[in-house]
Design a protein around this ligand. Structure first.
Ligand code: GLY
Length: 464
């Protein structure tokens, strides 16, 4: 947990941004995996964690903006709970640890909300994303569960986004400290990228490193020689020399801050000429777009910088043709990179996307594009000092997408489909770093995981 003052200060800033009413934050409960007592590993709600810091099940909190009062809501645990799950701090101790003066029991929460609603007060909450909390809110608000999300408070959500988007020094320290675990995960995957290794074994090793390093993985690990499937969670293949292994994996720090990196390694330790050429274009896109990342620049423009590097490199290889700027404007490069350049990262790997990814990534600044590829860009708005983002360009050869575009003649003036056909067995390359926007530019968080052709080949060979 951060210092008590950190949480007090965050809540003070939040209350200043919400005009009136009650701010209601629900913590998460345990969620059954296959029967009630066999639950998924507990993960606290990130908004609750950010403002109230308590990393335990079955809590809620209220900030009464009009009366300048804060309440931590929950119950001291019973002996039965202590026998099975161990002791826990008292409600009083928990409230004191995060600077909250008032405590209410869970049985008092419904009346607090009912009284506020009866007196015409606004009850602010963020859009819930778990079924349990949708049902909980449905009961508290006295409305059908299907109506809960539309009653969420845009004013409150925007205030949360404004505050959480700028990472505090203590958050940056926590994230940066945990980058050592990410480094170990990815260099281990490289050292395991050998003929006969199974994707499942590598995935297991990475999950183990994450857990030993302080927390669970920040999203299901993507570890596949079929890297052209962007979120490939199938780990059923055995690697062969000459394959490309794409690993997109991250870990949660002890305080639940995410890492998220992607590296692509040549199985056996040597890139083929064709692999090296594609790899180098993606690496150039990664480096050049990072150079473009600075406060005051829109991330949409940074995405387009990367897109131009990709299109230009693919043109040099004869896979694209025509004017590069026109190709990027038409979205032709999206045949090879159908996703956005990156997203915000923090307490969530896609930070705050439980609120609404378009709102987080665009606020009221600009419309999100509907163009294939650019529309998948989750962050478009102007960068500010203190933003943490990922930078993850890629090139993929997705047979089904190639077939569709070729059949439809999509962007045919910019794509050499005959040459692209010969790359259909290539797979994919993605190279991703986590980046902090600084006052005059940006910097990679933590030591950079090996990324140049030579560095990656050497790291793979260390495991031979
Ligand atoms: N690295 C996984 C994702 O960004 O979705």
């Amino acid at each position: 947990m951060f210092s008590k003052e950190t949480y007090i200060n965050r809540r003070k800033r939040l209350a200043e941004k919400v005009e009136s009413g009650l701010i209601l934050m629900l913590g998460n409960k345990d969620v059954p995996m296959n029967y009630a007592d066999n639950v998924y590993h507990f993960r606290q709600d990130s908004t609750f964690l950010y403002f109230f810091g308590i990393d335990l099940q079955d809590h809620a909190a209220i900030i009464d903006v009009d009366n300048n009062k804060e309440y931590l809501i929950g119950d001291d645990i019973s002996l039965g709970h202590i026998i099975w799950m161990g002791p826990q701090p008292t409600m009083e101790e928990k409230a004191a640890s995060v600077g909250v003066e008032n405590i209410k029991s869970m049985s008092e929460l419904p009346k607090m909300i009912a009284d506020a609603l009866a007196s015409g007060k606004k009850v602010h909450f963020n859009p819930p994303y778990r079924g349990e909390n949708i049902m909980w809110l449905s009961d508290l608000l006295g409305c059908h569960h299907s109506e809960v999300k539309e009653k969420a408070s845009l004013e409150f959500t925007k205030a949360c986004i404004e505050i959480r988007s700028i990472k505090e020094p203590c958050e940056i320290e926590e994230m940066e400290r945990h980058m050592a675990v990410a480094y170990k995960m990815h260099t281990t995957a490289m050292r395991m990228a050998h003929d006969g290794a199974s994707e499942q074994a590598i995935t297991g090793a990475l999950e183990g490193i994450s857990m030993s390093g302080g927390g669970m993985v920040s999203f299901p690990i993507i570890c596949s020689k079929r890297g052209e499937t962007l979120h490939n969670h199938n780990h059923g293949n055995v690697l062969k020399t000459g394959d490309l292994l794409l690993v997109d994996g991250g870990s949660e720090s002890p305080l639940h801050y995410a890492t998220d990196h992607t590296r692509t390694s040549p199985v056996g330790g040597t890139f083929s000429q064709r692999q090296k050429e594609i790899y180098q274009i993606v690496l150039d896109a990664n480096n050049i777009s990072r150079e473009a990342t600075k406060p005051g620049v829109t991330y949409k423009d940074v995405h387009l910088v990367a897109a131009r590097v990709l299109a230009s490199g693919l043109k040099d290889l004869g896979l694209m043709k025509g004017d590069v700027d026109a190709a990027v404007a038409a979205g032709a490069h999206a045949l090879f990179m159908p996703h956005g350049l990156g997203h915000m990262i923090g307490l969530d790997v896609h930070d705050m996307e439980d609120y609404n990814d378009t709102l987080v990534g665009y606020m009221d600044e600009m419309e999100r594009s509907s163009q294939f590829g650019l529309g998948a860009l989750r962050l478009g708005r102007t960068l500010q000092t203190g933003f943490c983002v990922t930078n993850e360009p890629g090139i993929y050869f997705i047979p089904a997408l190639i077939d569709q575009w070729k059949a439809d003649g999509t962007n045919a003036e910019f794509i050499n489909f005959d040459k692209v056909e010969s790359y259909k067995d290539f797979g994919g390359v993605r190279l991703e770093d986590d980046i902090l926007v600084t006052e005059d530019g940006c910097r990679i968080l933590g030591d950079r995981i090996p990324i140049t052709v030579d560095e990656v080949e050497a790291t793979v060979k260390e495991g031979l």
